[in-house]
Design a protein around this ligand. Structure first.
Ligand code: HMG
Ligand code: MG
Length: 299
């Protein structure tokens, strides 16, 4: 087997990607405690919420109130999604230090998710990234639909690489490659990462963001580890999905990822049992069983 990285960073997206798909509004106090518990479990970065239009994602309409309750500028960054200048104004006012813009690799999803176009989304992001960086913020960038799109089908790798490169050229510090609907498989992951590297992207600027719709997220994570990736997005308990992407289900569960990394001897810094307890606690609030196989097994 090719050598695997000795350590990785788990980028927790449960409070944002996980909760954005829940229709029943989660009380602010529960969101605050969820994030505090994730930090206490050792997650090194926790994406907290989104400064998107509240009508588009009602669950996260309380973004400013949530951020006000969280410790900003501490050892654990708490990034927020920001799509446009209005979102950035709100995020700056709230005092965040890390933001993430989110692009689509396809025309249809750019329309559905951002009310924009493939080209138009960059016009939206350019002033956001420029202003955020001038204010000293860190800017991550996502690319969605990297492995397939529910409306357009297969997405050419060159189209994904071109989208990602444009975001890095704008000044994003890290690029997270999203399998929004979870259709990717291992060979595809390898080809995508290799083509980003061939296009001059340092592998440590790339992160993988797998949804587990087709049960491929862990296999895909292993393929990405073999390709040298060291940052993985995951969601406590396997919560998640995108309200604007048909057939998107939960993210790779953080517990499932931790279990595999432990087996491989890869350092990640997360306390599995306290994370499992957190996901079970959250499941009670949401009134449904966690999707994570590891949470269910350890329960
Ligand atoms: P729009 O309707 O085109 O917005 O939506 P607009 O620019 O035309 O403005 C219309 C009104 O909205 C204006 O108010 C703006 O001020 C206001 P009015 O003048 O009419 O009173 N407005 C805002 N208000 C609050 N916050 C804002 C904001 N922006 C405008 N940020 C927009 C365009 C981008 C806002 C909308 O499409 C949107 O909010 N989309 C977000 C969708 C979303 O959050 N999707 C889920 C996250 S992406 C994801 O999950 C994928 C990921 O996990 C990776 C993967 O899995 O692949 C990241
Ligand atoms: Mg996602």
């Amino acid at each position: 087997m090719p050598a695997l990285p000795p350590a990785v960073t788990i980028y927790e997206v449960g409070p944002r990607d996980g909760l954005q798909n829940e229709s029943a509004i989660v009380p602010l106090d529960v969101k605050v405690e969820f994030i505090e518990r994730l930090i206490a479990a050792g997650l090194p970065v926790v994406e907290a919420t989104s400064f998107v239009h509240p009508r588009w994602v009602p669950q996260l309409a309380d973004a400013a109130d949530l951020v006000a309750r969280l410790p900003q500028g501490g050892a654990v960054p708490l990034p927020v999604l920001v799509p446009n200048q209005r979102g950035l104004d709100r995020a700056l006012e709230a005092g965040v230090t890390h933001i993430a813009v989110f692009a689509s690799a396809t025309e249809t999803f750019a329309t559905k998710n951002l009310n924009s176009t493939l080209d138009g989304q960059f016009e939206m992001f350019e002033p956001v990234v420029e202003r955020a960086r001038a204010a000293g913020l860190d800017v991550r960038a996502y690319v969605s639909m990297c492995f397939g799109d529910p409306w357009e089908g297969a997405v050419p790798i060159e189209q994904v690489v071109a989208t990602g490169r444009r975001l890095l050229d704008l000044g994003a510090s890290q690029l997270s490659l999203g399998d929004t609907i979870g259709v990717g498989t291992t060979g595809h992951v390898r080809s995508l990462v290799d083509q980003f590297i061939a296009a001059g992207t340092p592998v440590n600027q790339l992160a993988m963001h797998f949804h587990d719709t087709y049960g491929q997220a862990l296999a895909n994570t292993h393929a990405a580890l073999q390709a040298g990736i060291t940052t993985f997005d995951a969601s406590a308990g396997g919560l998640g999905g995108c309200p604007y992407a048909e057939s998107a289900t939960g993210n790779l569960a953080t517990e499932d990822l931790v279990w595999m990394l432990d087996g491989l001897g890869i350092v990640h810094g997360v306390d599995l049992l306290s994370l499992v307890e957190t996901s079970r606690w959250m499941a009670v609030h949401l009134g449904k069983e966690p999707a994570s196989a590891v949470v269910r097994a350890l329960a």
